[in-house]
Design a protein around this ligand. Structure first.
Ligand code: F6R
Length: 611
């Protein structure tokens, strides 16, 4: 779960690498390093962020037109200067950066140490670079052959950039399990964990597949697999703008991404649904619609926020399409012995498309013969490439580690899917179908109306920024939003928070309530409104502090709650898309007021490519 960048061409590599690493910091930021392959080929690396690396490097000669850089999220060995990448082999001939985990590293390390090969770090990556040099020195004629032979002994996941000082005008890139993209310019190539470091230089990219090895010089690129068979590099055109990956005047990416939601949701349904279309069109599902309609059961898999979106999907598919749904944590599902049949449809939800557990669950479901679909944001990432079909969320790059616009985009896609199937199955009448479509298209405008109240959310945040605990309660469609609100708060502000179905409060959590406990209650007008009013009374009777998210114009809860946050009227099935907005903003403001780094919370990484 690290970010890697490589460059070969005629520009100063240092600038390309540092800018690229800053874009990839969401993938990991506990240490960073760089190596420019010039006459010295020195490695500069240190604990801390890319900005610390810049300070560390300053004053040194980093001129040169080939190089590699790395931003780390530790898996083997604590974050420190020695464990940071790049790593150099024992005789200094190979320099390497790595994203992933070498699972058999302990065995390989033992073997190499028995041969007298020394190690400096605690990382699995140093095992790899030493193994490559060992194979090379045994008489295997080129760096490429040594890399391919060494990788054939490796079990695990890797995205790699490798340089050999004997072949100074060349970089080798290899992938298995961890994403790697190569940007193709004119006599120059860019290698990165995703396209964000590449997009300002070229839009032509090659996505490496598992077991691919690319041998790259200024003159060209040769693509092979580990078995030395030539592969045809397929060039794709990026649909990404540089403007989409900077902060656009906001203090943090997270804030920008929260405010982008009216547009990102519009982008999610643009051309797929609309009052003028009077229907839902999901091109990615065109060939599998019949199987979806006939599905006996839908199993939704995901992690974290994507799992919460899946829970909203459960309500949507059950209500609108009358299909039985199970929502599973990918990490649990893959290690159980789940019963999956060819009549099942499995939907994997993932912003990054790279989450290791979700990807493994996708593979398991495919082996069992289910139809496997993806709902992903990052185009060309692993999950959409391995699923049978799917729908991209088109929310644009999400850089803030805490997921915001990806959640609303995922729920939007699930709603469109449920509407499509519900109509095809005749569960929804034409009139209901059109009325839901109309409501969905109103969502972006309604979110705009909520965002204008940001100052009020900020004021409430300032009152509770020192709280030690928060409780979030919701029922029905808003129960997953309670979970999501609690997750947002805890991951960026480090305040302990729990989400609960409101009715469950009586079965335990009510014991926690006292005059210091803020309880965020999702209490919009829907079929469980009366019940949630009772839940609020239960909290107030125990002196808890109630912050209620209510429907505009509401008068009963307004009198009972300590604070109310109003959201506009919307069909209850789309309420999650609105109700989550104030919760995202309150979490954001509390975290910034507590001095937390909201875009890069401690211990977290954007893309969890390890299990
Ligand atoms: C929380 C968050 C994580 C991700 C989870 C899955 O704000 O961002 O919980 O939702 O790591 O990531 P994806 O969606 O990329 O599979």
């Amino acid at each position: 779960m690290c970010g890697i960048v490589g460059y070969i061409g005629n520009r100063e590599a240092y600038n390309v690498l540092i800018t690229g690493l800053k874009r990839l910091e969401y993938r990991g930021y506990d240490s960073a390093g760089i190596s420019i392959l010039n006459s010295q080929s020195s490695i500069y690396k240190c604990k801390g962020k890319v900005s610390d690396l810049e300070r560390f490097v300053s004053g040194n000669n980093v001129s040169g037109t080939i190089g590699m850089g790395h931003t780390r999220w530790a898996t083997h060995g604590e974050p420190n200067d020695v464990n940071a990448h790049p790593h150099k082999s024992f005789h200094g001939k190979f320099i390497l950066i790595h994203n992933g985990i070498i699972e058999n590293y302990a065995r390989l390390k033992e073997k190499l140490m028995a041969l007298g090969i020394p190690f400096k770090s605690e990382t699995d990556t140093e095992v790899l670079v030493n193994l490559i040099e060992y194979v090379y020195e045994k008489g295997n004629s080129t760096a490429e052959i040594a890399v391919r032979m060494a990788l054939s002994e490796v079990i695990g996941a890797y995205g790699l950039v490798i340089a050999c000082t004997d072949e100074p005008d060349k970089l080798i890139a290899a992938r298995k399990g961890s994403p790697l993209v190569i940007g193709v310019g004119s006599k120059e190539y860019f290698i990165a964990s995703d396209a964000t470091p590449i997009v300002e230089y070229t839009k032509s990219v090659i996505y490496l597949n598992d077991n691919d090895v690319a041998i790259i010089s200024r003159e060209g690129l040769i693509l092979k697999n580990l078995q030395n068979d030539n592969q045809i590099p397929r060039i794709h055109q990026l649909d990404l703008d540089i403007g989409e990956i900077d902060k656009g005047g906001y203090k943090h990416f997270m804030l920008k991404e929260i405010f982008e939601q009216p547009r990102s949701i519009l982008d999610t349904f643009r051309g797929r649904v609309g009052t003028e279309l009077n229907a839902v069109y999901l091109g990615g599902l065109y060939n599998v619609t019949e199987r979806l309609v006939e599905a006996r059961r839908i199993i939704i898999i995901g992690c974290g926020t994507s799992w919460h979106a899946g829970l909203v999907g459960e309500y949507l598919f059950e209500d609108l399409a009358r299909i039985s749904v199970e929502v599973e944590y990918a990490s649990e599902f893959r290690y159980r012995n789940p019963i999956i049949t060819p009549d099942d449809v499995v939907i994997a939800i993932s912003q990054s498309g790279e989450t290791a557990d979700t990807l493994a669950a996708v593979r398991l479901a495919k082996e069992a013969g289910a139809l496997v679909l993806g709902i992903c944001n990052v185009v060309g990432s692993s999950i959409p490439r391995e699923t049978d079909a799917g729908v991209y969320t088109h929310a644009g790059p999400e850089i803030g580690v805490a997921s915001t616009k990806a959640f609303t985009a995922q729920v939007t896609v699930l709603a469109m899917m449920a509407l499509l199937i519900g109509r095809k199955k005749n569960v929804l009448s034409e009139e209901q179908y059109l009325s839901y479509i109309k409501s969905l298209t109103e969502v972006p405008g309604r979110i705009e109306q909520i965002l204008v109240h940001d100052d009020e959310f900020k004021r409430i945040a300032s009152l509770y920024k020192l709280a030690n605990n928060f409780l979030y309660l919701g029922r029905g469609y808003l129960f997953p939003v309670a979970l999501e609100g609690a997750l947002k708060l805890k991951e960026i502000s480090y305040i302990h928070a729990e989400g609960y179905p409101a009715a469950e409060m009586k079965h335990g959590p009510i014991a926690l309530i006292d005059h210091k406990m803020p309880v965020v209650v999702l209490a919009t007008k829907d079929s469980s409104y009366e019940k949630i009013v009772s839940n609020i009374q239960e909290v107030k009777a125990r002196n808890g502090i109630v912050i209620a998210v209510v429907t505009e114009g509401e008068s009963v809860i307004t009198k009972m709650a300590d604070h109310v946050l109003e959201i506009p009227v919307i069909d209850p099935i789309f309420a999650p898309l609105l109700a989550v907005i104030p919760l995202q903003l309150i979490a954001y403001h509390i975290a910034t007021m507590r001095g937390c780094n909201v875009d890069q919370p401690r211990n977290l990484a954007k893309s969890v490519t390890v299990e």
